[in-house]
Design a protein around this ligand. Structure first.
Ligand SMILES: Nc1ncnc2c1ncn2[C@@H]1O[C@H](COP(=O)(O)OP(=O)(O)OP(=O)(O)O)[C@@H](O)[C@H]1O
Length: 318
């Protein structure tokens, strides 16, 4: 009879991953320093941070490959180390930089991984979906870096896991291959798979994640949806083009107090302040009232890159 699995004390059935107060040290270096995160079942969470922030270490602890020095980790309600045997078939792991038998052919690897699973995805479908058909008979060591990445992804998801860990899934991929991988991750989301991914590319986090946890020096510096993070404290800007020399004092009077309207270059206008739907309507109504057609109207918000810079004083891609 199978050994009963003891859920961890931190078990919450609505969470695929729960990390509390996680600490991991390497000698004097603290790679993860009291990190908390929660991935809801069926959600996509991106751990975003620069090189050395502690992303891989955190994910490897969740996968059961490393032991934490302090804190607790619950994966699908289980302990990733003590309950590893029970978790293996329920999670998919894509390691940074591949992790494969160098001599095995691409096709063989996907089929081998599928053979260990009760209800695998059709390996041929996966090879086609990830653009690996042409290299199906090529040994792993002869594949390009991008092909190895995609093959690792295929192996991670072939068993229809409930939860997948993707460590920098698109690092080193060209633009086309990135989109292929993004589409597949989107499909995992549609199928209700929980995804924890790491990235240092803010556009990837913005595109894929429901929730972003920005980390630096092993600590969470901000967390939230991409939209919340980029709007928090943002002085958004509204720009538009119109005939030169408009009297902007009238527009400022029409807007709530505190908005600043300027014409930085002739015929190009800038409204600085939080751009709500009402503010946008006020600007277009004012243009209509003075019979002016505003063109190139656009609202500019902060990117996650800007958020990171504000919080740490450093660029994300350092
Ligand atoms: N096995 C190890 N021995 C010593 N130091 C380590 C080890 N693994 C990680 N570190 C250190 O811990 C810190 C966090 O590393 P980690 O790989 O988790 O960061 P990361 O955010 O994933 O970075 P990257 O994007 O470069 O992979 C770094 O300073 C790294 O040098």
């Amino acid at each position: 009879m199978a050994r009963p699995v003891s859920p961890t004390s931190a078990t919450r059935p609505d969470l695929a991953v729960r990390v509390s107060g996680l600490v991991r040290r390497f000698g004097h270096r603290t790679a993860v320093d009291g990190l908390d995160l929660e991935l809801p079942v069926g959600g996509v969470l991106a751990l975003l941070g620069p090189n050395g922030a502690g992303k891989t270490t955190t994910v490897e602890i969740c996968e059961g490959f490393q032991t934490p020095d302090a804190g607790s980790v619950s994966v699908l309600g289980l302990d990733p180390i003590a309950d590893n045997d029970h978790l293996r078939s329920r999670i998919g792991v894509m390691l940074q930089g591949g992790g494969a038998y160098p001599g095995a052919r691409a096709e063989e690897m996907v089929r081998l991984c599928a053979a260990y699973c009760a209800d695998p995805i059709d390996p041929d479908w996966l090879l086609d979906a990830l653009g690996l058909r042409e290299v199906a008979r090529t040994p792993f060591r002869r594949l390009s870096g991008g092909q190895q990445q995609r093959l690792s992804l295929a192996c991670a998801i072939v068993g229809r896991p409930e939860l997948v860990f993707l460590d920098e899934p698109t690092a080193g991929l060209d633009a086309h291959a990135r989109i292929v991988v993004w589409e597949l991750i989107d499909r995992l989301r549609t199928d209700g798979v929980s995804v924890l991914l790491t990235t240092h590319m803010m556009d990837e986090a913005e595109e894929l994640a429901d929730e972003v946890v920005i980390i630096d020096h092993g600590r969470v510096v901000a967390a939230g949806t991409p939209a919340t993070l980029t709007s928090q404290g943002a002085e958004n800007e509204l720009r538009f083009s119109a005939p030169r020399g408009l009297d902007l004092s009238m527009l400022e009077l029409a807007l709530p107090e505190g908005y600043v309207c300027t014409e930085p270059t002739p015929g190009k206008y800038l409204v600085v302040g939080s751009v709500t739907p009402q503010v946008l309507a006020t600007v277009t109504a004012w243009c209509a009232k003075i019979n002016v057609l505003a063109t190139d109207l656009r609202v500019e918000t902060r990117s996650l890159e800007d958020v990171f810079l504000d919080l740490t004083g450093r660029a994300l891609r350092s």
